[in-house]
Write a protein that binds this ligand. Sequence first.
Ligand code: AMP
Ligand code: MN
Ligand code: MN
Length: 358
Amino acid sequence: MTGASGTAGSVVEAAPADSGPSAGDWAAAESLLRNNISPEARVLLVCHVNPDGDALGSMLGFALGLQRLGVRRMQATFPGPPEVPVPLQGLPGLDLLVPATEAYPAPDLVICFDAASESRLGELVDRLDTAGASLVLDHHASNTHFGEVNLVDPYAAATSVVAEQLLTRLGVGLDAGIAECLYVALTTDTGSFRFEATTPAVHQLAARLLATGIRPGDISRRVFDTRPFGAVRLFGEVLGRARLEPVAAGGRGLVWTWATLDDLVRHDQRPYVLEALIDSVRCTAEADVSCVLKQAAPGEWAVSLRSKGAVDVSRVALALGGGGHRFAAGFTGRGTAEEVVDRIRGQLDAAVIPSAGS
Ligand code: AMP
Ligand code: MN
Ligand code: MN
């Protein structure tokens, strides 16, 4: 990944946009926080809409750290309905969560977690203007640096990696509560240490987290390996209608399926259960690209895209109004499922990574 874009221009060019935070960024973040570490300062922590393990885990882990530093007036929140997915309901620090409607209208400091752009903050986006200061912690290469200070590290496996580094700089050591939050975040975004971003540093962080005494078996079972029987049957139905298109993406192949609101009703399930579906679909040996369309409203779909390495699906998602990482991305699609998939097909050829071989 390093230096891939460094062929043009002179050697005195600024660091590429996708390099990690500079020493100045870290110093600025640290001083922003130190200015707001007091019992009086109101600190608002926000993560992206439809929060996953990294969004909630990095936010709550960081919140618990700030609490240890003496921040007393603190809220954590996310846009949309204040519903925490059941697998994440065991996270420490959940008592700090408030519905978006109750979030401080003008906090002294707002800190955003795991959101690549302002659009991921939904109705809370105005806090970037009303807050005294704003800080962004993230790891999406496409991050638009929408904060006053931005700690964006595209090489970090999860936002929780950035959060832990900042906590260390602030002198906050790990305790079991913080560690459990950061561990959930790290395992979520690395696919339990299976994805390419699983560097030695990731395992070293995992070791530090585990050393606090947290129980990885219990955590993984709760977060990844538990679902209601109704969801098991719903998965059976949705996987049973998956379609394989071997010629898509220049012959790399596409596999896709969809789940409707009616499917959820028939099986008496909440939408969060569908988040795990992509992990079953992406196993398909005959396809590099996998896709799940989850109906959010009539004619509206939350689309998940994954690639095994031959296709940059963030390009597809960005072209269709969303974003994400090279091999895991998403967007909101409108129309019928077939129409949305047609738009995806139209973007796939251009997103094949040239160096990925045939
Ligand atoms: P998901 O398929 O929902 O697990 O999302 C995979 C990746 O794509 C994550 O990094 C998300 O942040 C990103 N992503 C998903 N949906 C959207 C969206 N509507 N807009 C921007 N990024 C998205
Ligand atoms: Mn996320
Ligand atoms: Mn993340």
